[in-house]
Design a protein around this ligand. Structure first.
Ligand SMILES: *Cc1c(COP(=O)(O)O)cnc(C)c1O
Length: 358
């Protein structure tokens, strides 16, 4: 008789829960760090005209040559560094971890941080070591350095700014980690557009540093495009794990077009940063909420003890979807996360919260 999944599928995969995306039809969607703005109609028309020329019957350029050039410029990748593109930065995390997977290898990251580091580590059978952040969500420098010395991680992931906390970690601590790391250090700069801080210029100094970016949080989440920048000796190896046509032809054409419209992307980003700062002030005015600083396009806050689930459900009943992190417990106890939306969406969130918090 053929074997069952519980006999053939590895226990650590059976123990995973699939990445859950809640249904959002008809909701004000403030749960996933999407940009709330679409393109102006004339720009949509220009884009559609380009799509009409695309030869869907042909495979895409496997090296996405023109898009790669445009991205190098747009992301200020230093001249001596190479880049590899991924179907979202999720795919780049997967490529890095597949390349490193071997018995007894360790992946290290602060916790809480982006869940995919741990999830993909489990998928490829790497051991994940999480080092708790301090209660203010800054890096615990001593604990990080001690864990690095003890576990000798093959790779360390540092989200800068961090998701789900929104803060930028201390630069000197990150440099200290780079000094002692025995393996790769990946700086995940998914929220770079909102943060005005980057380790991209440090690539020349640290051959084991990789910097990851994505277009998702800049208004192109639907396209699925991420990039990894770093030294040729590492990226040539990682590129072997890339499936030959991972960046489809529609993404290549659309992303190039979007990057040619820098001014609009910048305007949207600046608007979101202004609205984030206004929303921080408004949220801090609620008695009982502990609002954490943010350099990203989302804000984390802690509710009065035991109330996060109720507030989350109350907002959902008003068709406002945010992210409930309180179930994760420990450092995220009673915490909710909201994406910065349009001014109208943010106003709806605030009046929803006023109803919940009285
Ligand atoms: C959203 C996010 C990503 C994934 O982005 P995609 O490019 O859409 O796969 C990676 N890292 C962090 C920290 C994120 O928040």
């Amino acid at each position: 008789m053929a074997k069952t999944p519980s006999e053939l599928i590895r226990a650590n995969i059976r123990a995973l829960s699939a990445y859950h995306v809640p249904p959002a039809t008809g909701m004000i969607k403030l749960d996933a760090m999407e940009n709330p703005y679409r393109w102006p109609v004339p720009m949509q028309d220009q884009w559609l005209a380009l799509l009409r020329e695309v030869e869907l019957n042909r495979y895409p350029d496997p090296h996405a040559t023109q898009l790669t050039q445009a991205l190098r410029q747009a992301m200020a990748v230093p001249a001596g560094s190479e880049i590899v593109l991924g179907n979202g930065s999720d795919e780049l995390i997967q490529m890095i971890l597949m390349a490193l997977a071997d018995s007894d290898r360790v992946v290290l990251a602060p916790t809480p941080s982006f869940v995919m580091y741990q999830m993909i580590a489990a998928c490829v059978n790497l051991r994940f070591v999480g080092v708790p952040l301090r209660p203010d969500f800054n890096l615990d420098a001593e604990a990080m350095l001690a864990a690095i010395a003890q576990h000798q991680p093959a790779v360390i992931f540092l989200a800068y700014p961090n998701n789900p906390t929104g803060n930028l970690w201390d630069r000197r601590t990150i440099l200290a980690i780079l000094e002692v790391a025995p393996g790769l250090v990946v700086l995940d700069e998914a929220y770079h557009a909102f943060a005005e801080a980057s380790f991209m210029p440090e690539l020349a100094r640290f051959p084991h540093l990789l910097v990851m970016r994505t277009l998702s949080k800049m208004g192109l989440a639907g396209l699925r495009l991420g990039l990894l920048a770093g030294g040729a000796q590492w990226l040539h190896e990682l590129d072997k794990l890339r499936l030959p046509y991972n960046i489809n032809v529609l993404t290549q054409v659309s992303a190039r077009f979007a990057l040619s419209q820098q001014q609009l992307l910048r305007q949207q980003t600046e608007q979101i940063c202004r609205d984030r700062d206004a929303l921080l002030v408004e949220l801090r005015a609620f008695k009982g909420l502990q609002v954490f600083p943010s350099k990203a396009n989302f804000i984390l806050f802690r509710c009065p003890a035991g109330q996060a689930q109720g507030i989350f459900e109350g907002l959902k009943a008003q068709r406002i979807l945010i992210k409930n992190l309180s179930a994760a417990g420990s450092l995220l106890q009673d915490c909710l996360r909201v994406t910065v939306g349009s001014p109208a969406e943010n106003a709806a969130l605030l009046s929803g919260l006023r109803l919940q918090l009285g």
